[in-house]
Each structure stands twice: as structure tokens, then as C-alpha cells.
Design a protein around this ligand. Sequence first.
Ligand code: 3PG
Length: 390
Amino acid sequence: VKYMSDMDLRGKRVLIREDLNVPVQDGKVTSDARLKAALPTLQSALEQGAKVMVMSHLGRPEEGVYDAEYSLAPVVKYLASALDFPVRLESNYLDGVEVAGGELVVFENVRFNVGEKKNDPVLAKKMAALCDVFVMDAFGTAHRAQASTYGVAQYAPIACAGPLLAAELDALGKALQNPKRPLVAIVGGSKVSTKLMVLNSLVRKVDQLIVGGGIANTFIAAAGHNVARSLYEADLVKDAARLAESAKTRGAEIPLPTDVIVGDKFGADATATVKAVTEVNGDDQIFDIGPDTAEQLAKMLENAGTIVWNGPVGVFEFEQFSQGTEVLARAIARSPAFSIAGGGDTLAAIDKYGIADEISYISTGGGAFLEFLEGKKLPAVAILEARGSE
Ligand code: 3PG
């Protein structure tokens, strides 16, 4: 792979693909983590005297139709103020763009273009023709083989990885390819079905795989316990049993909760009760790990060499079911381990407990982070590798 940091960009037309797909409400960006992460790349290209063009998608608009709801205008406003630099939003760019010195040009949502999602080569070639150097920096979209992530990299005169993409791959590589052991992963969330591939892949690598949320309930059921009215997936109990077995065969572990917090209903006003996992019955619904379990798992995290975190272990948006996630979050923060976290709910938990500075690396990827954990090759990275060896 070629890297932007090794390139001489002075005077060059540089087209950077970022993932500026952030939530917008009433014309304002409501979470700027991805924008903050992209700023150093843009700054660096501008400082080097490049003619900088940036492109991104936002949301999932219908192709071929302009829809103001999906405009990058709020993002442009944010960037102009964060960079303290003139930033222009350009809607008509496919047939050529003038970039004046002293300005940054942001292309309007690439998903307004027909052919973006199916990676139409005609579209990708038009994008490629706009630049001397294409920089892929959108880790969050690297799992999509689309015109602005994959096709453009195929046809651009030079295609390289930007600093953010490089940092993401570096951190993930450190965590999963050559981890300092013990390697502990936390996979939380509501459904095994959405994370089965992640679990399948991690179980072959980790020393301990902590499962949480509805995912844990399916493992609890697989261990032969009654989960009563808890959310779990009956058709995946067999998979959970197989995963537990394959961990054991490797000398690894999927520790199950010994105690849990159950509620009588799902809601902020539910009554919470601590129970041994063997005593769950009746109308109980498991919404969090219990205090003994949290303490055991916290010790595991404090002794880890590497921690990979995706997903909360309880319904942490309700106070009475938030302790498990909070105890683990604080243990990760205290742990000397190299820690990496990703995914929307995980980032919300990190924010809630104010521990962002204590996590070694926070990924900007949602789906891309999960696909990396699944052990998949991200297509936009694969094409950079192919182009890098030319
Ligand atoms: C994300 O938010 O995960 C990325 O920006 C990709 O968005 P998409 O799932 O709409 O392709």
C-alpha cells in the first residue's frame, strides 16, 4: 500500500475520500467524532499546498435525486469553522472542478450520483479523472466496494491510504494480528445472529471472549439455564454451544455470567433484581450482568494485554441496568492493555462514562469495524494493496 504521508502533494490535485457520514439534526452535526478524525488528513494535504477535493456519502439517499436532507452542507459548515479555512460545497463536479488556491472543495453527497453503489466504472473513471492522487481515508466505508471507495482507486493515476485509514488498520492489526496476550474481546449487543461471524472469527484468536446482552442470553441458554422471558435466539443455541466448545478446545474461554440483573419489563421504570443465573424464572428478563460477574470480568480486563470492545453488556441506557457496562468500561480504562473500541453503542457508552482518553484507539468504523473483526478483507483496502504494488 502507498501512503499519503510518503507523497509529495505540492501543487497536485488531490481527491480525498473521507467518511463524513455523521448524524445531522436541524441542519447541525450532532456527533462530530468522524469529522474530528478526518481533520488532520485534510489539514496535512492543505499545508502541503495541494489542491484538495474531498468526497463522502451521508446517509442512504435515493440515487439520482437531490435531497436536502442528505446534503453535506452542515458538514461543510463544520469543516470551515474547525479548519478556519474557506470550504466550498460543489454539486457539479463530475465533469471537472476548478480548485482555487486557499480553498477546500467538498463534493456534494456521492450517493446522489447514479451508479455510486453498484460501482459503475463510468462514474468511477470520472472521479478518477479529477485528480493526480486519490487518497482513501474513509475507514468507515472501506467495507463498501462503491465508485467513490473502490472504482476511483482502480482508475486514479495514484491511489494511496490516508493517515486515518492507516491509523485504523495499524490499531486493528496490533489488536488482532499480533496481540499482546492475553487477548480479551467483549462482544455485546442484542443478537447473536448479527454478530455470529464476529464470534466465529474471534473465538479462534482470543484468550477470553466476553459476551454480553442478548448475545449472552443465547449462550446462557446453550449452557442449559432457563433464560425465562429474556431476549435470546432459540435457533442459535446450537451455534452458541459450538462456539463455547471450540473455545474450550483451544484452551480459550467464553466466561458466562454467574449472576445477572433481571427486570420485570423493558423500560426506564422497570424493577431491577439481582439473581444467580441458575435462578432466573417466571417473567424475568435479563438486562445486565450481575455485580459478581462484573467484578470477575473487570479483573480479566485489568490483566489483559489487549482488549477489543464491541457492544455493551447490558441495557446501559437505563440506569438500573447500566452497572455492568459501566464497571467493564472503567476496567478497560484502568487496564494497561492496548484497547480498541468500535461501534455506535460502544462509542455512546465511552462518551457516557467519559473514558475516551483512556482507550488506546477508538475506531470510526461501524460496519467496517465489524467486518474487520470478522476477519474479512475490506475491499477498499484490497484495491489499495493491488495498486500499491504497481
Ligand atoms: C457507516 O456509518 O457505517 C458508514 O458510513 C457506512 O455507511 P453505509 O452502511 O450506509 O454504507
